[in-house]
Ligand binder design. Structure first.
Ligand SMILES: [Zn+2]
Ligand SMILES: [Zn+2]
Length: 581
């Protein structure tokens, strides 16, 4: 049935294709003058610097208190939508002349609305809005086009604010409430090109917009999104989509016989996108689902690499690790200095200890470069006794916490380092409950705590946590704590090595990872202070795919043990005795 009704349109589309190939007609796809060539059309502005559409992202949006409410004239009138035309590029609904007006909303004067038209895609998997929000494309977009009051089209396109376009996204809903007016509107769509169809059904613009919040919108200076792309448009893009059923969205490609009628996003070229005060758009990411960007959406953050193919953390499958003799011991500079921590900050995602600049260093350990140590921070689970919150896992075992010591190649700036495959080196230490405290812990938390010495470096460090309960708050570190103190006597000879990424957005693939095999032992009551005082739990990224990456491990050759030391000492003593050294 549907195929049958589509046939005349396909036939027409084939005919149109011939026309466009023969003439200088532009198109969206499948002709010589596709969007990438629109700039070459005679008299075109399509290659200029304030083009539309754009990708509206949290990093290029600024709030503007002047973007107040709109005033719409005759948006509720049921007799202003007069006819529709299938232009071959869109379906355009004409409005009664000089009846519909838009003003307010930060616009400079009053605009008279001429028409509205649509942009659509192909199917569920090929959306067709022109503007994008944080890289997200909606199924469709409708543009209400208005000219500055008193100007004709020729005058309006010559004025940098001559045209006001209101863009509404259209999204799919299962709710059939909106289907009435949209069902009516779309029933008129014809596949016949350039023939007008009169609209007799009483439909108002307001009926179509439904309950979209008209106080939430973006504003920027742009262009028409079809040739000649005149840079005369004050754009308003509403944040909330209009919601209609899938079957009505499908009518656009089906009844017109053409698909994917949208222009790709254009460079911003330094323009600012303003947002009305009611808009909520920010680059907030989180580890759970209570924010705009949960881990599965991190890749949609502007400039993000989170869907790359060398992401971290990973599960270390020990039977697949490859021994590498180049992975020797590290050389640590100022790890024993008790005054290197500048301050501790609660970033809202982690507790981070920022080090004094250009003091602490790491080299050797198969790194091939000298690195300066910038900071160390922690990943954790919850306050429960059996909580686990490390980022890496070993044979699927997740440890209680994980400490990351972050180092930057000395010969690079931070900006360069995050773009260089080995620009950063992170030393990761698992953290596990100290055995002795575990057994004592049975008699209760209070006693457990009492066994922690005030000289315990972890007690000193965590004593600062109550001072940084507020997100973004920080506290200067005055107590004497060295990194060596915190690491204690953990084995630093045996570790895993692989190439990965930062484990927080933008997930730059710039990290040489070192994951030490032996966990650092920490009093469990002190570890609980991280989630308890920072105010959030499960601060770790889910595991990422290996994507055929190798994980190396240090060679199994034992370091000089106590027996060898005794022999050496014995030899030294007899040697010195003999030679009176
Ligand atoms: Zn448009
Ligand atoms: Zn980390």
């Amino acid at each position: 049935m549907r195929l049958f009704s589509l046939l005349p349109c396909l036939f027409l589309a084939a005919f149109l294709k011939c026309v466009s190939a023969c003439g200088s007609e532009w198109c969206y796809t499948g002709c010589p003058t596709a969007p990438s060539e629109w700039h070459s059309i005679s008299g075109s502005f399509c290659g200029n610097k304030r083009q539309s559409p754009i990708n509206i992202t949290c990093i290029n949006v600024k709030k503007d208190d002047h973007l107040g409410n709109f005033t719409f004239v005759n948006f509720t009138s049921k007799h202003v939508i007069t006819k529709l035309t299938n232009t071959g590029h869109t379906v355009k609904y004409h409005l009664m002349e000089n009846e519909v007006e838009v003003s307010g909303g930060g616009l400079n004067g009053t605009y008279t609305s001429l028409q509205f038209h649509f942009h659509w895609g192909y199917s569920d998997h090929h959306q067709g809005s022109e503007h994008l929000i944080n890289g997200h494309r909606y199924p469709m977009e409708v543009h209400i086009v208005s000219l500055k009051k008193g100007k004709n089209v020729t005058q309006a396109v010559a004025d940098s604010e001559g045209i006001a376009a209101l863009g509404f996204f259209i999204d799919v809903t299962d709710d059939e409430d909106m289907s009435g007016p949209w069902d009516n509107l779309t029933s008129y769509i014809t596949c016949e090109k350039d023939s007008d169809v009169n609209i007799t059904a009483p439909i108002s613009i307001h009926d179509l917009i439904g309950n979209v919040d008209l106080t939430k919108y973006f504003r920027y200076m742009g262009s028409l999104t079809t040739p000649l792309c005149n840079e005369a448009v004050v754009w308003t893009v509403f944040e909330e989509p209009i919601k209609i059923s899938k079957k009505l969205i499908e009518r656009f490609p089906t009844k017109t016989g053409y698909t994917s009628v949208y222009r790709p996003p254009q460079p911003l070229n330094g323009r600012t996108v303003y947002a009305s005060p009611a808009v909520h758009i920010d680059c907030d990411w989180c580890y759970d689902n209570h924010c705009e960007f949960s881990p599965t959406h991190w890749h949609m953050l502007p400039g993000s690499f989170c869907d790359g193919n060398r992401q971290s953390p990973v599960d270390i499958v020990t039977k697949n690790t490859v021994e590498n003799k180049d992975l020797g011991d590290f050389v640590y500079t100022k790890f024993d200095d008790k005054h290197v921590i500048k301050y501790i900050i609660n970033t809202g995602h982690a507790v981070k200890c920022v080090l004094k600049e250009d003091m602490v260093e790491v080299s050797e350990g198969g790194l091939g470069h000298n690195y300066s140590t910038l900071q160390f921070h922690f990943h954790w689970g919850t306050t429960s006794d059996n909580s686990t919150g490390s980022e890496h896992t070993v044979d699927s075992k997740r440890y209680q916490m994980e400490m990351h010591i972050v180092n930057k190649r000395k010969d690079l700036t931070l900006e360069e380092a995050v773009k260089t495959p080995n620009g950063l080196a992170v030393l990761a230490f698992f953290m596990e409950a100290a055995e002795s405290h575990k057994s004592k812990g049975r008699s209760g938390d209070s006693e457990e705590t009492s066994h922690t010495s005030d000289e315990d470096p972890w007690k000193k460090l965590t004593s600062y946590l109550p001072a940084i309960q507020n997100i973004s708050s920080h506290v200067e570190v005055k107590k004497e704590i060295s990194i060596d103190d915190l690491l204690g006597d953990v084995n630093r000879h045996e570790y895993y090595r692989y190439n990965g990424s930062l484990t927080t957005p933008s997930c730059n693939e710039a990290v040489v990872w070192t994951v030490f095999k032996e966990p650092v032992k920490v009093d469990p009551s002190l570890m609980k202070m991280f989630p308890a005082q920072a105010g959030y739990s499960d601060a770790f990224r889910p595991l990422q795919s290996h994507n055929s990456r190798k994980i190396y491990k240090t060679s199994a050759a034992p370091a000089p043990g106590p027996a060898i030391l005794v022999l050496l000492l014995a030899f030294y003593c007899s040697f010195s005795a003999n030679f009176h050294l």
